[in-house]
Write a protein that binds this ligand. Structure first.
Ligand code: PAF
Length: 283
């Protein structure tokens, strides 16, 4: 596995692979890797000839009240995990490499960024879109692998790729969960034992939504209220949202008709967790 820190090096190597006819898969990350990230690399390797991972804690996607300096940085362990997963190239740029002096160009995020995370974390998706577009420019991959756990991020990146005609396919990968159902996240390490236990309210709330829809419930408010009740029973410390939305636009819907997504964001102490489930309403 080769590790590069300049865009010139990674661009040259990836471009050479592409020109030789190799298919290249890209896994963008902010490090603090867990089994979810590793599974993205494995999927990239199962389909592509080469897998490239990036590790960059992107400052522009953190709000002023979000502690960028507290974000876990575990580079040596990350590199070991990537190597074991069969990753071929890793790009670990310094901040100045990504945001050079005088950098002042940002991507205006698509419409699908406006609610939920976009409302609660103003500027977050502007930072995500900007860094992801920059990574797509520096690493001309065939396929980018992104986790479904960050469902809105996935929808935002898909829309950006479509709207800006970026020549990369986006592959959405299943959320990897702990045996008890907690979605894997770099933020789980902040949870105390007791908070970790209460965090299971998120997956329980999603399962309740799934069960209700499976049994024929079509009233959005009834499902959302059951999700909230479960979260409050856990109890989580606060709920940012627990909603049933359209899977593409992420807009609230009036009635459950076909496929919907249940999305949740809740806090346990100072840790904010998100999770989601796609639910198919059978007729
Ligand atoms: O999901 C993440 O880890 C980040 O938002 C991403 C896509 C790597 C951009 O910094």
């Amino acid at each position: 596995m080769k590790v590069f820190s300049t865009s010139a090096e990674i661009y040259t190597h990836v471009l050479r692979e592409r020109l030789e006819g190799k298919r290249v898969g890209l896994v963008p990350t902010m490090g603090a890797l867990h089994e979810g990230h590793v599974s993205l690399v494995r999927q990239a390797k199962s389909v592509c000839d080469r897998a490239v991972a990036t590790i960059f804690v992107n400052p522009t996607q953190f709000g002023p009240k979000e502690d960028l300096s507290k974000y876990p940085r575990t580079l040596n362990e990350d590199l070991e995990k990537l190597d074991q997963a069969g990753c071929d190239y890793v790009f670990t740029p310094a901040e100045l490499q990504m945001y050079g002096e005088g950098h002042s160009t940002y991507v205006e995020p698509p419409q699908v960024a406006s609610r939920w995370e976009g409302e609660i974390r103003p500027g977050h998706f502007r930072g995500v879109c900007t860094i992801v577009l920059k990574l797509f420019q520096m690493i001309p991959a065939d396929i980018a692998y992104l986790g479904r756990k960050d469902y809105q991020q996935l929808a935002v990146i898909r829309a950006m790729v479509r709207d800006l005609n970026i020549p990369v396919c986006i592959e959405a990968c299943e959320t990897i969960r702990e045996p008890d159902g907690l979605a894997m996240s770099s933020r789980n390490r902040y949870l105390s034992h007791e908070q970790r236990h209460r965090a299971l309210g998120l997956i329980r709330a999603l399962r309740i939504a799934e069960r209700l829809v499976e049994r024929g419930e079509r009233d959005v408010q009834a499902v959302e209220s059951a999700m909230r009740q479960e979260l409050l029973a856990a109890p989580v410390d606060s709920i940012d949202y627990a909603a049933i939305v359209d899977p593409v636009t992420l807009e609230p819907i009036a009635e459950i008709e076909s496929s919907v997504v249940a999305i949740i964001a809740a806090r346990l102490g100072s840790t904010r967790l998100i999770d989601n489930a796609t639910i198919i309403a059978r007729r």
